[in-house]
Structure formats: C-alpha cells, structure tokens
Design a protein around this ligand. Structure first.
Ligand SMILES: Nc1nc2c(ncn2[C@@H]2O[C@H](COP(=O)(O)OP(=O)(O)OP(=O)(O)O)[C@@H](O)[C@H]2O)c(=O)[nH]1
Ligand SMILES: [Mg+2]
Length: 197
C-alpha cells in the first residue's frame, strides 16, 4: 500500500513525457520545424539560417501544455533512413515532414512514409503528416497533398492521422501541429503510456 501511494504521489508530481520521432526526406524541413517549435514554446532556439543537413540526430525536450514532448529529429538522407527503425519502439508519435514544393520527389516521399507506417513497431501510434513550406509560391495545393498522403494513411487502421499545412520557416501552423499531437498522444495513453519525468 505504501509503495502504491508513493508511486501515485511520485507520478502526480511529475510531468507526462512523450517521445516524438520527426521523419521525412532530406531537405523536407525537419530540423527547421524542431527549431521553430522550440522558439514557439521555449523562446530558445538556434538561428534557422545556421541549420545544416542532419547527419546524426537532434533532440529537444519542449513543454507543451501540461506535458513534455521529447522530440527526436533524425537525418533524412537515403543512406541514413535505415537508422530510423532504431527509434520506432520508443516513439509515442510520428511527425512526417513533406516538402510541399518538391513535386519531383513525391513518390520517394510516399514510399518512405509507407515503409514507416507498415512497420509493426509503430503500430497504433498517431502519425501527423506536415505539408511544409506553405510559404513558397511553387507549393503543391494542400488538398492534392492530402489526397496522396491520406491514401497511405488509410492503411493505418484505427490509429489517428492527419495532414496539416505548415511553414516551419515562418511558424505558420507549428503551434497547431503540437496541439494536435498532444490531444492524440493523450488519447492513445492506454495503448502507449507516457514516461513520467
Ligand atoms: N521556404 C521554406 N523553406 C524551408 C521551410 N522549412 C525548411 N526550409 C528550408 O529547407 C532546407 C532544409 O531544411 P532542414 O530543416 O535542414 O531539412 P531537414 O529535413 O532537417 O533535412 P535533413 O537534415 O538533411 O534530413 C533549408 O534551406 C530550410 O531553410 C519552410 O517552411 N519554407
Ligand atoms: Mg535536419
């Protein structure tokens, strides 16, 4: 009884922490999204013009509402994609970033997402697809992107998924993306419990 009460007290005093894996092709804007999210919720972030292609990983823990999101941003270059699977089991949610201006790599992008969502290790966790670079004039229409990516999402079965338009560069839609995630992570809490930190 004492241990139960102590456990409840300890958890009550700690914040729920969810791990989020940020995936997508190289140049999609994953690291820019991470830095903009940091700026939105903590005011501490790296200047966006200093971001270079990610070879290892970037990790940040950000307070959002009454939780912490621990975000893992990994490199999207083809040679690095085989490393993504090593993060799947610990992830409570996936953010998949799409470059809305890159028509020539749309198929490659779909294949990469398909490989992720078909993996048993990510079964049941929410997937948020971000149609990034909405500030660019040469962007594809959000509706067209939704049609393509929702087709893949149809295979996700009972899990939550959504395509949201954002600009990681100017911050448009970034807060809404984090808020969408928090709701779904909490909804999936029984299936994938958070850590308490
Ligand atoms: N116009 C515009 N450019 C963006 C946006 N987001 C990212 N970029 C640019 O896209 C390029 C790649 O951004 P990164 O954040 O490094 O992309 P990444 O997905 O982390 O790439 P890897 O680390 O190689 O996997 C940079 O020149 C960014 O400034 C956006 O919303 N709008
Ligand atoms: Mg990067």
């Amino acid at each position: 009884m004492f241990h139960l009460a102590k456990g409840l007290y300890t958890n009550w005093n700690r914040k729920e922490q969810y791990s989020i894996l940020i995936l997508g092709l190289d140049n999609a804007g994953k690291t820019t999204f991470l830095e903009t999210l940091k700026k939105e919720f903590t005011n501490a972030s790296k200047p966006l013009e200093k971001i270079t292609p990610t070879v290892g990983q970037n990790v940040a823990t950000i307070p959002v509402e009454n939780c912490n999101l621990k975000l893992w941003d990994v490199g999207g270059q083809e040679a690095l994609r085989s490393l993504w699977a090593e993060y799947y089991l610990q992830a409570h949610g996936i953010v998949f970033v799409i470059d809305s201006s890159d028509r020539s790599r749309l198929d490659e992008c779909c294949n990469a997402l398909q490989n992720v969502v078909m993996d048993d290790d990510v079964e049941g966790i929410p997937v948020l697809m971000l149609a990034n670079k909405q500030d660019r004039e040469d962007r594809m229409e959000v509706q067209d992107i939704k049609e393509v990516f929702n087709k893949i999402a149809e295979h996700l079965g009972a899990r939550d998924s959504r395509v949201l338009p954002i600009s990681a560069l100017n911050g448009q839609g970034v807060r809404e993306a984090a808020e969408w995630l928090i709701v779904r992570l909490k909804r999936n809490k029984d299936n994938k419990p958070p850590q308490y930190k």
